[in-house]
Design a protein around this ligand. Sequence first.
Ligand code: SAH
Ligand code: SF4
Length: 374
Amino acid sequence: MTTNLLDLDLEGMAAFCERLGEKRFRATQLFRWIHQRGASDFAQMSDLAKSLREKLAGCAHVAAPPILKEHVSHDGTIKWLFDVGGGNAIETVFIPEDDRGTLCISSQAGCAVGCRFCSTGHQGFSRNLTTGEIVAQLWWAEHQLRARLGTAERVISNVVMMGMGEPLQNYSALVPALRTMLDDHGYGLSRRRVTVSTSGVVPMMDRLGQDCPVALAVSLHAPNDALRDHLVPLNRKYPLQELLAACRRYLEHAPRDFITFEYCMLDGVNDRPEHARELIALVGPQAADGGVPCKFNLIPFNPFPASGLQRSPAAAVTAFARMLSDAGIVTTVRKTRGDDIDAACGQLAGDVQDRTRVHERMAKRRTITIKPAA
Ligand code: SAH
Ligand code: SF4
């Protein structure tokens, strides 16, 4: 087995080159060929000595997992399904907007957190992705899009770790991948334009703040522990007060001066005025402990049958957003994109493998009563 160079950040590449008896600056050249130019064929790398190119051909390769499917939505959103082996597929979604191009990347095949409203959570956990599999999503999408658009300019300006999986439960693979995204010799993305989204793995939030501070989104979804325990089972391990304290600590290192709270709007479950009031008291600027400097991103729930949940009506979302903004919290409602191709949040790769035991487990959990909509 030869080394997939997508697994290496620049430091890793330098160590790799040293092992081959090459100077460190060769690593920079290689890194730039791969990430800035999208090259995978060493023969193409014309400023490397022929002897090095031959050496590399014998011990290394550059490859993304094979593509199983591509879907292009009428709104320009593109979804790719990558085959990561063993019957597992992961998804990557490109979302073009006027002023930016955002790539939504997966960190795991499946997810162990098991949130009730998430189809990845319903699938259960298969495995962590490698650094190379995380980086490959960006490498492949960026160079594929450049080729299609006939441009040498950067197409992807923002990366969000909001595909399948809990990135902070795959920490050791995540950090080198983030470093490659940020590296000036790699993708040169600004820390403010790379967002890690987490369901609240408190100790790893602290480590990320130390090791590689990027923008942070925290999936809140509930204003109290009873409801959050139910929707995001990880809350039983890291309850709200601990999570909010970790958010405040993160802000000391973060490239932005706020945390984005994601809040999936579930009809009759977490979308009532009393929930908004409770949230305001918990994190708003008038909260007893000063709250958390934050913005809210309200996500209309993307329903799937096994969840037994429904999307909040638009009027409930608007009223909820209004209450938060009136309390001084900047609030946006996420547009659903790529609905026609199941590229919306939490719908990713759900149809690839049916892990029946998990479905049974989730079905049992659903019997805990949550007040239905009136
Ligand atoms: N595991 C991380 C990142 C991946 S999920 C996390 O939970 O933050 C990315 C976002 O999509 C999260 O905010 C998640 O709550 C949201 N999401 C999951 N399923 C969804 C669904 N069915 N509808 C809308 N948003 C969903
Ligand atoms: Fe995992 Fe995030 Fe889905 Fe929860 S919402 S199950 S943490 S991917």
